[in-house]
Design a protein around this ligand. Structure first.
Ligand SMILES: [Zn+2]
Length: 361
C-alpha cells in the first residue's frame, strides 16, 4: 500500500484544526464519519460519545478494537475576575508555562467565540521572589479584553465555558515535519481514518472495531466505557508519545522519523508480550521501520482497554511527537505513514489461528 504524504498532511491538518477539548469531541467524530463514509460501514456511539465504526461484512475471527482518542487538552472558565480577566481550570495535564503569551479561544455555551491571550505578569513588573519560581495554573489568567466582570457576563461568559489553545498548522524546513494544534491525538485520528478507508471494502479474517474515544486526557474515561461496550479480544491504543530528540530531554528511544514506536510498557499498562512480539515481527517481515520503547511518563487508553471483560490482550502503538500538550506539536509524516501501513498489515493477518497462539491456555 502506498500512501501519499500530501494526502496524509491534508487530512491531519483538517483534524488538527477542529476544536475538541475533552467532553466536546463531537466535531472530530463527525469529521471521521464524513471522511470515511461508506455503505459498508456502521457508525454508532456509546453513551459517553466515543465513536465506534464497524464493517457490515465482518468475519467471525477475533474482535480487534483500535482506539484513537479524539479529545485535546485545554481549559475551562473557573471564575471571572472583577477586572474582566478570566481564571481557568486545566482540562488534562498542561504545564501552564507553555501557554503563557499565546493565543486563546473561548467558546461560550451560546456558541459565541472570543479570542484572547493566556495572560501573565511581565517580568518587568513581577514581584522579585516570584521571578525564579515555576508558575502554576493558579497564576494563569486569560485576557479577552473585557473591561470588567459585568461586561464578560453580558457577553455570556459562564463557568465551564471551554477555552482552547490556538495554534496554526505549518511545515518546518524538513517538510515532513508538520506543526499544529492538538497533534495529540489528531495524528492518531488521522491514522485511524486512513486504516478505515483502506480496509472498508476488504475482506478481513477478524472483526475490527475502529473507535474514536473521548475523555482520554482527563483519565482514559472513554476507553473504559467503549471497551466494556465492545468486549474485544485484542485492543490497540493508537496515540502520540513524547519524542526525546530535543535539547534537555531525558534519554529515551523515541525519535521523529524513526518509524513505528511500539510501547512495551508505561505507568499504567504492561503490553501483552506475545502481541508485541507478533506485531514487531510482522513489521520486520513487511520492511516497515519499527522499534520498541518503554515510556518514562504518560499513559494511554491501553490502561483501561486492558480491563475489558476477562482482561484483553493489549498493545499501544505510538507516534512520537515534540512539545506534547502545548499549543504547537510536531510529528513526522513518515511516522504516520509507517503506523498506518503496519496496522493495516496487522488487520489483514491477525486471524483465529494467530489469536489462538496469543491466548493463555
Ligand atoms: Zn494522547
Amino acid at each position: 500500500m502506498n500512501f501519499n504524504k500530501e494526502d496524509i498532511f491534508k487530512r491531519l491538518k483538517e483534524y488538527m484544526e477542529i476544536e475538541g477539548v475533552s467532553r466536546y469531541e463531537d466535531n472530530v467524530a463527525k469529521a471521521i464519519i464524513k471522511n470515511t463514509n461508506s455503505k459498508n460501514l456502521n457508525y454508532e456511539y456509546d453513551n459517553f460519545g466515543s465513536l465506534i465504526v464497524t464493517k457490515k461484512d465482518h468475519n467471525n475471527g477475533p474482535k480487534i478494537m483500535i482506539s484513537a482518542h479524539m479529545d485535546e487538552v485545554g481549559y475551562a472558565v473557573l471564575d471571572i475576575l472583577d477586572n474582566g480577566q478570566i481564571k481557568v481550570a486545566a482540562i488534562g495535564g498542561i504545564w501552564p508555562t507553555v501557554v503563557v503569551g499565546t493565543k486563546a479561544k473561548l467558546i461560550a455555551s451560546s456558541g459565541k467565540e472570543f479570542y484572547g491571550i493566556f495572560g501573565h505578569t511581565s517580568i518587568h513588573i513581577m514581584e522579585r521572589e516570584k521571578i525564579s519560581k515555576a508558575m502554576t495554573t493558579k497564576d494563569l489568567f486569560v485576557d479577552f479584553g473585557f473591561k470588567d466582570k459585568k461586561e464578560a457576563e453580558e457577553q455570556g461568559i459562564e463557568p465551564g465555558d471551554r477555552i482552547l489553545m490556538h495554534g496554526e498548522t505549518f511545515r518546518l524546513y524538513n517538510s515532513d515535519l508538520v506543526v499544529g494544534k492538538s497533534m495529540d491525538n489528531r495524528a492518531g485520528v488521522t491514522v485511524l481514518d486512513f486504516i478505515i478507508n483502506s480496509l472498508k471494502d476488504e475482506k478481513l479474517p477478524n472483526r475490527p472495531y475502529f473507535v474514536g474515544t473521548v475523555q482520554e486526557e482527563v483519565g482514559t474515561r472513554g476507553a473504559k466505557t467503549s471497551v466494556s461496550y465492545i468486549n474485544p479480544d485484542i485492543a490497540i491504543a493508537l496515540d502520540t508519545t513524547s519524542s526525546h530528540d530535543t535539547d534537555g530531554a531525558i534519554k529515551g528511544r523515541q525519535k521523529l522519523g524513526d518509524g513505528v514506536a511500539i510501547r512495551v510498557q508505561d505507568g499504567g499498562t504492561m503490553m501483552d508480550p506475545k502481541l508485541v512480539d507478533y506485531i514487531y515481527k510482522l513489521a520486520k517481515e513487511k520492511n516497515i521501520k519499527v522499534y520498541k520503547f518503554l515510556a518514562q511518563g504518560g499513559g494511554t487508553d491501553a490502561a483501561e482497554l486492558q480491563y475489558g471483560k476477562g482482561g484483553v490482550a493489549t498493545l499501544t502503538i505510538s507516534i512520537p511527537q515534540r512539545y506534547l500538550h502545548s499549543p504547537l506539536g510536531v510529528c513526522h509524516l513518515e511516522d504516520l505513514k509507517n503506523v498506518t501501513e503496519l496496522l493495516i498489515e496487522f488487520l489483514k493477518n491477525m486471524n483465529e489461528k494467530e489469536y489462538n497462539k496469543i491466548q493463555y491456555k
